[in-house]
Design a protein around this ligand. Structure first.
Ligand SMILES: *[C@@H]1O[C@H](CO)[C@@H](O)[C@H](O)[C@H]1NC(C)=O
Ligand SMILES: *[C@@H]1O[C@H](CO)[C@@H](O)[C@H](O)[C@H]1NC(C)=O
Ligand SMILES: *[C@@H]1O[C@H](CO)[C@@H](O)[C@H](O)[C@H]1NC(C)=O
Ligand SMILES: *[C@@H]1O[C@H](CO)[C@@H](O)[C@H](O)[C@H]1NC(C)=O
Length: 334
C-alpha cells in the first residue's frame, strides 16, 4: 500500500473503533441496570437522572454541577435541634443572642435540657434516599393567594408547611386545609390542631423558655411584646430550629443581607433541607405590587416587608433564582 492509502486505512480503522466504542457505551448506558455511567453522569450534570438520590423526578439534594447552588446549599447543616447538636459555638451563640438584643439571657444549656424533657429529641426527616419522594408545599402569607384556587394543589403535597399567623379556615379554596407543619416564634404564635407539628424558630433564649411555659405553666406572658401565655399544640410534635441553622441561612444564602432571615425564608430553607420536591405558594407581592397578608383587607398593612430587619428583596431574589434553576416550583399570583 502507498503511504496515502495506508493513512486512509488507518483513518477508516480509527473511525470504526470510535463507532464501536460509542455504540457499546450507548447500549451499556441505556440498558437496564447497572446504571453506573448514568449515576456518575447525574452527579456531575444534575437533575436528569437523580433516581439514586431520591424517588422523585428531580431531587432537591441533587445540586448537579451548579456552582451557585453548591456554594450555598450545605446539606450537612441539620435544621432541627436535638440534644446532641444543641451546643453552640461561642461565635454562633453570640450572633444569635444579638439578633433581638436579649438582656440577661437564662443559661442556654439548662433551658435546652429542660425543653427536651418536654418535647421529643428526634431531629427527624433525615431519611433521604432512593426510596423516598417527599413532596412539600411551602405556603407563604402573601395576598397573591387571594382568588388563586391553589387550595387543592397545596393539599396534595406530603407536607404542607405554613407560618406565623396563617389561618386556613374560610380560605381553604385558595390556601388549602391541611397543615402538617406550622413555623412560628412566640410573638407570631397561634393555636394548632393536634395533628400539626409546631416548628419553633427561636431568636433568643427566652423563646425556648416560652415554648416550655406555653405548653405547661403559662408563666411567660411577654417578650418585647405581649405573647400568648398558653398555646394549643401537641407537645409530642414540637420541633425546634437550631440557631446554627439560622446563622447558616443568613451567611450562606443571604450573604449577610438584612439583620437576620425572615420566617418565610427560613421556612423555605427548612423545606429545601427536608423535602425532595418543593412547591412554593404565597411568596412575593400580589398583582398590584402590594405586600399584605391574604387574610387582610388592608393593602397597606404589609409593613412586614421593609422592617429594616429582613431584606425582603434579596430573599425574594434568591427564591426566584431557585425557581429559575428548577430547584423549587414557584406558584405566583393569578
Ligand atoms: C458544610 O458545613 C460543615 C459543617 O459546618 C462544614 O464542615 C463544611 O465545610 C461545609 N461545607 C461547605 C461546602 O461549605
Ligand atoms: C450553664 O449551665 C451548665 C449546666 O448546668 C453549666 O455547666 C454552665 O457552666 C452554665 N453556664 C453559665 C454561663 O453559667
Ligand atoms: C393528641 O395526640 C397525642 C399523640 O400525639 C394523643 O396522645 C392525644 O390524646 C391527642 N389529643 C387529642 C385531644 O386528640
Ligand atoms: C438577583 O440579584 C442579582 C444580583 O444583584 C441579579 O443579577 C439578578 O438578576 C437578580 N435576580 C432576580 C431573579 O431578581
Amino acid at each position: 500500500m502507498s503511504p496515502l492509502s495506508q493513512n486512509k486505512f488507518l483513518a477508516f480503522f480509527l473511525l470504526c473503533c470510535a463507532l464501536t466504542c460509542t455504540t457499546l457505551l450507548f447500549s451499556f448506558t441505556f440498558s437496564d441496570p447497572p446504571f453506573h455511567f448514568l449515576k456518575y453522569a447525574s452527579r456531575i450534570s444534575g437533575s436528569f437522572f437523580s433516581k439514586d438520590i431520591c424517588a422523585c423526578d428531580t431531587c432537591m439534594a441533587d445540586v448537579g454541577g451548579d456552582a451557585w447552588l453548591a456554594d450555598r446549599f450545605n446539606q450537612s447543616i441539620l435544621p432541627l435541634m436535638t440534644r446532641d447538636n444543641s451546643a453552640l459555638s461561642d461565635d454562633t451563640y453570640r450572633w444569635w443572642q444579638w439578633l433581638q438584643r436579649e438582656g440577661n439571657p437564662a443559661n442556654y444549656t439548662r433551658v435546652v435540657e429542660e425543653l427536651f424533657r418536654l418535647i421529643p429529641d428526634e431531629g427527624g426527616f433525615m431519611d433521604a434516599g432512593p426510596q423516598r419522594c417527599r413532596t412539600c408545599s411551602v405556603v407563604g402569607n402573601s395576598g397573591n393567594l387571594k382568588g388563586s384556587s391553589y387550595g387543592k394543589l397545596i393539599d396534595t403535597s406530603d407536607l404542607v408547611i405554613r407560618m406565623n399567623k396563617a389561618p386556613t379556615k374560610g380560605f381553604e379554596k385558595d390556601v388549602g386545609a391541611r397543615t402538617t407543619h406550622h413555623v412560628m416564634y412566640p410573638e407570631s404564635a397561634i393555636d394548632l390542631s393536634n395533628t400539626t407539628s409546631l416548628v419553633l424558630v427561636p431568636f433568643k433564649t427566652l423563646d425556648l423558655q416560652w415554648m416550655i411555659s406555653a405548653l405547661t405553666t403559662g408563666t411567660i406572658r411577654g417578650t418585647y411584646m405581649p405573647v400568648k401565655a398558653w398555646i394549643k399544640a401537641n407537645k409530642d410534635k414540637v420541633v425546634v430550629i437550631n440557631p446554627r441553622f439560622i446563622k447558616y441561612v443568613y451567611e450562606s444564602w443571604l450573604e449577610g443581607h438584612g439583620r437576620y432571615p425572615s420566617t418565610g425564608f427560613l421556612t423555605l430553607m427548612f423545606a429545601l433541607h427536608i423535602c425532595d420536591e418543593v412547591n412554593v405558594f404565597g411568596f412575593g407581592a400580589d398583582q398590584h405590587g402590594n405586600w399584605h397578608h391574604y387574610w387582610e383587607h388592608n393593602h397597606l398593612a404589609g409593613a412586614f416587608r421593609h422592617t429594616g430587619v429582613h431584606d425582603g428583596d434579596h430573599e425574594y431574589n434568591i427564591t426566584v433564582t431557585l425557581a429559575d434553576k428548577h430547584k423549587v416550583q414557584l406558584f405566583g399570583g393569578r
